[in-house]
Ligand binder design. Structure first.
Ligand SMILES: Cc1cc2nc3c(=O)[nH]c(=O)nc-3n(C[C@H](O)[C@H](O)[C@H](O)COP(=O)(O)OP(=O)(O)OC[C@H]3O[C@@H](n4cnc5c(N)ncnc54)[C@H](O)[C@@H]3O)c2cc1C
Length: 454
């Protein structure tokens, strides 16, 4: 079988690439753009944007809230799902030192015990003075970055404990390159205002988001899936061998596909493992890629008011094995039966606590806060895993990733999406990757740069 574009993976990246290739074929009249085959190893499309229903409680793969910043993606979401999506205002909080404070911690110290507020505020002022004096070296790692940006107190009470849980390694072992977009950096006057209790609910990239009014995030993915011709999608299939020189893929169903171009959203290390004719430097770079794996729990609780009206709660202190608890149904009530709550609890990557110990800790936490009474209210309590969670931005990261992606692009192989491009990115970015691939291919902008060789 010959195809112009072989697409690997049917998460939002692959779905968007397929959808937009057909769209470009229609717009340009070049039918060959629509000559694609999408191969998905699971028996269901959607990737991380699938939603599971357990006894009426709907669970995404932890919170999947759609934040849109590109006008093209806003238009796309409107086109496929304008009637389905609702806009929701963020309600997130932080639980630390026995207090509930507003997000982000660094901008909302009000409510913490006064000695903590004092320590954090003094640290911010010291950091601002040091910055004004100039001459600071560039931060060598994330810890340096936090101390220079937020000062010692915020670093000690939030940045270090929270990020150690999230990334599963010491803040000295990662760089600060991931945080330019995801970590709000308030000005000094915003920090002092927040310490006095003046809340700015618009801080950060995610002050509002859009989400399907019902059906979970998968209902959105379905809107794209339903527009793809089924005969161009092969489920339960994956590549066994990809020959980058011959441009052929042997698939697990025994067939061989001959492709002109390949779009892969398969996690990069797994993709490289099936590639033949990789230069040694690329294979070596592949071995340097690191990623967290996630363990999380989902809860269906037959009780109103769990987590009050909070949609997600950051829990930085090391005494808790989890770092975030979220309520799907506080964001969109249709995600739980009437009077109930559907929750997710994300567990630190570096804790040895067994599943039962984590469950005990979650129940105790909910009970202490008055969010759980009798154990019989817990109708669903399940442990889930995500093999590839957060790409780790350690020192070898950029060199290794750039070496691999440049080599693949020179073979007309575009590795895209959060795990294909090996980045910290969002659902919108995944759709953007698929969209820009199709747009650039149609515009003839994906000519191979023959200078790139490893
Ligand atoms: C815990 C967590 C929370 C997140 N929360 C948010 C959020 O709130 N908002 C947001 O915008 N983004 C969020 N994201 C990011 C978002 O999930 C991703 O950016 C996006 O879904 C990535 O889509 P993708 O298609 O690139 O990858 P995936 O969704 O992982 O899809 C990849 C697909 O490839 C398939 N596959 C894998 N290996 C093979 C193979 N060998 N052959 C064929 N197919 C294969 C998989 O089965 C899967 O279907 C979150 C991510 C995580 C991990």
């Amino acid at each position: 079988m010959h195809v112009r574009t072989l697409i690997l993976g049917g998460g939002l990246t692959g779905l968007s690439a397929a959808y937009h290739l057909d769209d470009q074929a229609r717009q340009t009249g070049d039918a060959s753009l629509g000559n694609w085959l999408l191969v998905e190893k699971d028996t269901r499309l959607g990737g991380l944007t699938r939603t599971e229903d357990v006894r009426g409680y709907k669970f995404d793969h932890t919170g999947h809230w759609l934040h849109l910043r590109y006008p093209e993606m806003k238009a796309f979401v409107d086109e496929v799902a304008g009637d389905l999506m609702i806009r929701v205002a963020r309600k997130s909080r932080i639980w630390s030192h026995g207090s509930l404070t507003h997000f982000p911690f660094q901008q909302n110290l009000h409510g913490l015990p006064l000695p903590i507020v004092h320590e954090c505020l003094q640290g911010v002022i010291d950091a601002a003075l040091a910055h004004a004096r100039g001459g600071q070296p560039a931060p060598a790692h994330f810890l340096d970055f936090c101390q220079q940006t937020f000062g010692a107190g915020i670093t000690r009470h939030f940045m270090v404990p929270y990020n150690t849980k999230l990334w599963g390694c010491a803040p000295e072992d990662i760089t600060a390159d991931w945080c330019s977009r995801f970590l709000p950096r308030p000005k000094l006057e915003q920090v002092t205002a927040g310490a006095l209790g003046l809340v700015d609910d618009q801080a950060g990239y995610n002050a509002t988001f859009v989400y399907p009014r019902q059906g979970g995030i998968e209902a959105f993915a379905r809107r794209i899936i339903d527009r793809l011709p089924a005969f161009k999608v092969r489920l339960g299939t994956q590549p066994v061998v990809i020959d980058l020189a011959a441009h052929t893929a042997e698939l697990s169903d025994g067939s061989v596909v001959d492709f002109e171009r390949l779009v892969s959203s398969v996690p990069l290390p797994a993709f490289l493992r099936v590639c033949r004719h990789l230069p040694a430097a690329v294979a070596e770079a592949g071995r340097q890629l690191r990623c967290t794996s996630l363990r999380y729990l989902v809860y269906g609780i037959a009780r109103p008011g769990v987590l009050d009206d909070i949609q997600w709660l950051y829990v930085p202190e090391p005494k808790y094995p989890f770092y975030r608890i979220g309520s799907f149904s506080n964001a969109v009530p249709s995600l739980a039966p009437p009077g109930g709550a559907s929750l997710y609890v994300e567990v630190a990557n570096n804790v040895a606590a067994s599943d039962d110990e984590v469950k005990g800790s979650v129940r105790a936490f909910l009970r202490e806060r008055g969010w759980l009474g009798d154990d019989r209210e817990v109708e669903v309590e399940e442990v889930r895993h995500i093999r590839y969670g957060y790409v780790v931005f350690d020192q070898p990261y950029f060199g290794a990733k750039d070496t691999i992606l440049a080599h693949l692009a020179a073979q007309r192989v575009h590795s895209l999406g959060r795990y294909g491009a090996w980045v910290y990115s969002s659902m919108e970015d995944a759709m953007w990757d698929g969209f820009t691939y199709a747009r650039d291919l149609a515009a003839g902008k994906l000519a191979v740069d023959s200078r790139v060789a490893v």
